[in-house]
Design a protein around this ligand. Structure first.
Ligand code: SF4
Ligand code: SF4
Length: 177
C-alpha cells in the first residue's frame, strides 16, 4: 500500500471547498488550515499562464519531519501516511523547521498538526474529505501499488510534477500539468 494524491492543475478553480471541508472534518481551529490554495502566474504580459493548486502535506517517502522529531510523535503509518501523535508532541517545532513545504502548524492547544490524508476516513473505506467535495474532481486519492487505481492510471497517462523535488523528500502529492 502506497497512498498518494494527484492534484489536477488544469481542473482546480481555487474555490477552496477542499480547505473548508478539511477544516470541518478535522476540527481545524479557525484561522488555521491543513490544506491551502496557491496561485502562480507565469510568463509576461499579455501571455500569462495562471496555475492554481490545492496543497497539503506531501506525505513524503523520505521524511525530515519524522527524523528530527525528538519524541517519536511524528511517525509514518501503513500506506506511507505521515502523522503526529498529539499527546506525544512537545511543541518544539523541529518538524516545522525541517519541512521544506511549510505543511505543519502549531495548534493553539500546544502541539503540531498537519494533513493526515484523512486516514480515519480511508480506514473506513472512504476517501479524503477534500477529494469528496471538490466540485471539479481536481483531486484524486489512492494506492500507487494498485495498478488499476485511478491515481496510478492518471500518473501513467498525464504529465506531472512534484513540489520542491530538489529537497529530496520524494513527495507523494503529484501535480498534473
Ligand atoms: S475544491 Fe477542488 S477546485 Fe476547489 S480549490 Fe480545492 S482542488 Fe481546487
Ligand atoms: S511535506 Fe513536510 S510534514 Fe509532510 S511528510 Fe513531507 S517533510 Fe513531513
Amino acid at each position: 500500500m502506497r497512498y498518494a494524491m494527484a492534484m489536477d492543475t488544469k481542473k482546480c478553480v481555487g474555490c477552496a471547498d477542499c480547505v473548508v471541508a478539511c477544516q470541518t472534518e478535522n476540527n481545524v481551529p479557525e484561522g488555521y488550515c491543513r490544506d491551502w490554495i496557491v496561485e502562480n502566474v507565469d510568463g509576461t504580459y499579455p501571455l500569462l499562464d495562471l496555475e492554481i493548486r490545492s496543497e497539503r502535506c506531501n506525505h513524503c517517502e523520505d521524511t525530515p519531519c519524522v527524523r528530527t522529531c525528538p519524541t517519536g510523535a511524528s511517525h509514518v503509518i501503513e500506506g506511507g501516511i505521515v502523522k503526529v501523535t498529539h499527546e506525544e508532541c512537545i511543541g518544539c517545532g523541529a518538524c516545522i523547521e525541517s519541512c521544506p513545504y511549510d505543511a505543519r502548524y502549531f495548534h493553539p492547544d500546544g502541539y503540531v498538526d498537519k494533513c493526515t490524508f484523512c486516514d480515519h476516513r480511508v480506514e473506513a473505506g472512504d476517501t479524503t474529505a477534500c477529494v469528496s467535495v471538490c466540485p471539479t474532481e481536481a483531486l484524486t486519492f489512492g494506492d500507487l501499488d494498485d495498478s488499476e487505481s485511478p491515481i496510478t492510471k492518471l500518473l501513467k497517462t498525464r504529465k506531472w510534477k512534484v513540489n520542491a523535488e530538489e529537497a529530496g523528500t520524494k513527495p507523494q502529492v503529484y501535480f498534473l500539468t
